[in-house]
Each structure stands twice: as C-alpha cells, then as structure tokens.
Write a protein that binds this ligand. Structure first.
Ligand code: UDP
Ligand code: MN
Length: 499
C-alpha cells in the first residue's frame, strides 16, 4: 500500500513537472492567452490615435445586431443546409435561374448569425471613434430575394450606424417581380436605403458608377448582391482610408457555398494578381514575409483587387475617373482600377480583420447583351495602362489583337493629366513577386518521380483546384509535366496546356 502511494506520488510529481515544462515551452512568460504568438502594434491598442483621435475597442462599437435576438434556425452560425431529395427539382430550378441554390437560401433567415472568422488579434484592436462615413453601393440584376436582402440586413446589422451613411441599391434593369414594388416597400421600412433604377441594361460596371454618382458618403464601398458582412467588418476598412485618402481597401472575402450556403473562412494573407491571359489569381503572402509579420491584423499590399468588394474615398475615385465609361457589362474593370490606383499615386490593400462572405456562383445565370464585352474591356486596359507590356498579354491571348477598343483618347488624357507612372514601374515595384514574366526562368521542370516506385505526379487531366494523381511514370510529359518556379510555386507546365 505504502509502495503504491509512493509510486502514485512519483507519478504525480512527474506529471506536474511535465505540465509546467509543456506550458512554459508553449506559452512562455506571457501567459497562455495565445498572445505570445503575436504582438499588436502599440498604435493599434492605444486609447488615442495621433491623427484620428479617440479610439475604441472594435468589440465596443454599438451595432444594431447587439439589440436583436438573432434567430436560431437553419443556417445559423453559418452552418450548411442540405437540400432534401424531394426538393431536388426546386433546387435545379433555382440553380438555373440564379447560378446558386436560391431554394436553400430562402430557408435561411435574412438575419442569420455567421461564424466570426477573424483572427483573435482582430478583436483586441482599437479603432478611431470618428471615421469617414460609407455609402455602401449594391448593384443587382435579377438577384434572388433572400440573397439580396441578407446582404442588406448584414450591412445594417453589423455596421456602427454613425459610420454608415446609406445603402445605394442600383437595379440594373431587372425584370423579376419581387424586385419591383415589393422591394421598394420592404427597403423603405429599413431606412438608409436609396433605390436607383436604370432604364436599360447597363451592366455591372456602369451600374456601379451610377451608384457612386448617387452616393453622398465620404467613402463608396461596393458589394455584390449576394454577400454577408461579418462582425466588425467596417471600422478596419474605413480606418485605412481615413489615414490616407489614396488607399483603396478590400475586405477578406470569405466563401459562402453555392449549394448549402455554409459560411467558410478564407486565408486573409493573400494578394490579388493575374496571368498573361488576364485570369485573376490569388497568391499567398510569401513565407519569409509572413515570418516578418508580428501583427496579424496588419494590412496586405495587393497588386490587383478581385473586383466586386472594395472601398475607396469617393472624391479620389472621381479624380481617378471612376470606372472607364467605355467598358461594358463585366470583366477587366478590376484591372483598370487596380493599375490606375497604383500607377497614379494610390495603393490597394487587403484587410485581414474585415470579413465579408460572398456566394461564388456555380455558373453565370444572366445573358450578356454584348458578347465580346470582356475582350473589349481587356483591350482598353492594355492600350491605356500597360505600355509595352500589352504585347505580353497579346502573345498569350492573341484574339485581343483583333478587337476594336473604341475611343480611348479621354483615358489617355486622364493618364497624362494625373501624371501616372509607367506599367514597368508597376511591374517592378508592385507586382514584382506576384506576376510572372512570360520569359520567366524556372528552377526546375519535368516529371516529378519517386525513383524507388517509378510513380509520378499526374494531373489526370484535371484543371486547377483538382486532385493530383500518382501513377506509373510514362516519360511523355503531358499530364506529368510540372514546373518549379522562382516564386516558389509548384505547378503544371502551362506551356503544354496552351495557356
Ligand atoms: N450585375 C449587374 N448587371 C449585370 C451583371 C451583374 O448589376 O449586367 C450585378 C450582379 O447582380 C452582382 C454584381 O453585379 O451583384 C456582380 O456580378 P456577379 O456576382 O454575377 O459577378 P461575379 O461575382 O460572378 O464576378
Ligand atoms: Mn458575385
């Protein structure tokens, strides 16, 4: 018995020692709050900001959601909602009409809760009490009721009212009945809504410009019509613009599943970029840069915006000539705006502490009145902003050479007037480590083979995002041809895929 007790004591002592050593190794002297992994800049937690005055913890800003009982139904906390098999037909109809499962969206509350996807450090940050006011611009063409209104409710519920000037809704000539009187009546009751309707289909680029023209807030903040603004989303965006009116900002775009409407976090430490076919790409902040970042709330400089969700000082947007009025419908406008922002004295940042969910459609459900709109837009961007680098684009996308860009003289004059820098400057100073030269040297290329098994990586003919296979090496390159680049990127040999 005594022996047993002695042994128990020894075991306990060992356990305590192990626990202490473990805690010390993992938590250090700072305690175990998780604080030891990061260190916020002192200016981010001070009571006053030297330029912007009194500061308040982001959690202490009052928002209407704080006075509400948030419903606990399907989809609450951003959980997925499955479609029962007997509703398959309704789901298929919804997909063909909207490009996502509007049937399931309709089952979910317009005021549902979603996961707070911010890094814990974001919740410790303070922000100025007085920030510029935002006019949120939402353009829409034949959007579903619940997705559109959930966007509107999330903005109202999760924004401090003194930072939200208004929501400007621009109806781009929708013909759905629910977007007419019913929408007018509903939004009138919400307050702060300005409804603008176009009298012909103008496309999202012009519709956004119309929204900006109707806005009166200090900042215009664009959102798609199928978004959900997350907790504390607004102060982190407005602060950056308050600090420098030439900074445009993008929230971190979280992912809302088009089938289940599950709300999922996305990596906030990414930069927007493109390839020479003008496909928009995202690249993570390089590992060595990540190591240098002690404050996880800090902004990320980004060469290009994704397009739909961003905020900019309203006057500065005007000075930059807003969007190119010669562009049509959809596509390329994010390059035009991003290039001119950087080349003409502004900058673009992604903000990790601001989160907005977006439903990525399964397919585009609406028709384009002008089939080659995107190509015309690309050509305009290339001719106005890209100098000699436009040839790189035309080499990879030769169909652009035959497109008539229309009259670009006023855009060239704008570039001159604003004394904008060259595209070479942009490539060397902004996009230097994100956009590949088409003459890029490689670290290695060829098949990736395990010599002991003679198995090779194989794309199996799948496109980006698909799973990689491991099959017997055939030595014919094709799906087994890979490249390792100086941007530390491991990828399929694009040359062999013709892009
Ligand atoms: N939109 C519009 N007019 C159009 C096409 C789209 O007003 O001709 C709106 C659409 O309702 C949405 C926004 O523009 O709010 C962005 O379009 P979409 O979501 O289809 O683009 P994506 O997110 O797929 O790039
Ligand atoms: Mn969208």
């Amino acid at each position: 018995m005594r022996f047993k007790l002695k042994r128990t004591c020894k075991c306990l002592a060992l356990l305590v020692t192990c626990t202490v050593v473990y805690l010390f190794a993992n938590c250090g002297l700072n305690g175990c709050s998780g604080r030891s992994e990061y260190e916020l800049e002192p200016i981010h937690v001070a009571d006053t900001h030297p330029k912007l005055g009194q500061m308040l913890n982001v959690e202490d800003f009052w928002t209407p959601e704080k006075n509400k009982i948030v419903p606990n139904g399907p989809g609450s906390n951003g959980a997925p909602v499955e479609t029962e098999s007997e509703n398959q037909e309704a789901k298929d109809r919804a997909y063909s009409e909207y490009g996502f499962n509007q049937f399931i969206s309709d089952k979910i509350s317009l005021e549902r809760s979603i996961k707070d996807t911010r890094h814990s450090a974001c919740k410790e940050r303070k922000y100025p009490q007085n920030l510029p006011k935002a006019s949120v611009v939402i353009v829409f063409h034949n959007e579903g009721w619940s997705t559109l209104l959930r966007t509107v409710h999330s903005v109202i519920n999760r924004s401090p009212p003194h930072m939200l000037q208004e929501i400007v809704m621009v109806d781009d000539y929708s013909d759905k009945e629910h977007l007419k009187k019913r929408l007018d009546d509903y939004t009138k009751k919400l307050g702060k809504i300005k409804m603008v309707r176009t009298d012909e289909r103008v496309g999202l680029i012009k519709a956004r410009s119309i929204g900006a023209d109707n806005a009166v807030g200090d900042v215009v903040l664009f959102l798609d019509a199928h978004c959900e603004a997350n907790l504390g989303w607004l102060p982190p965006l407005l602060e950056r613009i308050a600090l420098d009116r030439r900074t445009a900002v993008c929230p971190t775009i979280d992912f809302i599943d088009h089938n289940t409407f599950e709300y999922k976090p996305m990596d906030p430490y990414i930069r927007g970029t493109f390839n020479w076919r003008f496909d928009y790409k995202e690249r993570p902040v390089r590992p060595e840069e990540m190591k240098k970042r002690k404050d996880p709330t800090q902004e990320v400089r980004s060469p290009v915006m994704a397009g739909g969700l961003f905020a900019i000082n309203r006057e500065f947007f005007k000075e930059l000539g807003q969007y190119d009025p010669g562009m049509f419908i959809w596509g390329g406008e994010q390059y035009e705006l991003s290039f001119k922002l950087w080349q003409c004295g502004g900058q673009l940042e992604n903000i990790p502490c601001s989160r907005v969910g977006h439903v990525y459609r399964h397919h585009v459900p609406y028709s384009y009145p002008k089939a080659d709109a995107t190509l015309i837009n690309f050509r305009r961007v290339a001719e106005v902003w890209m100098d000699e680098y436009k040839e790189w684009l035309y080499d990879k996308k030769p169909e652009l050479r035959n497109v008539d860009p229309g009259d670009i003289s006023d855009r060239i004059a704008l570039r001159k007037r604003l004394k904008c820098k060259s595209f070479k400057w942009y490539m060397e100073n902004v996009a230097n480590d994100t956009v590949r030269s088409i003459y890029e040297p490689l670290r290695a290329s060829g098949p990736v083979r395990n010599p002991s098994t003679n198995l090779c990586f194989d794309s199996m003919g799948r496109k980006a995002g698909g799973e990689l296979g491991l099959v017997t090496c055939h030595g014919l390159m094709g799906n087994q041809a890979f490249q390792f680049t100086f941007l530390d990127e491991f990828r399929q040999d694009e040359g062999l895929l013709g892009c």
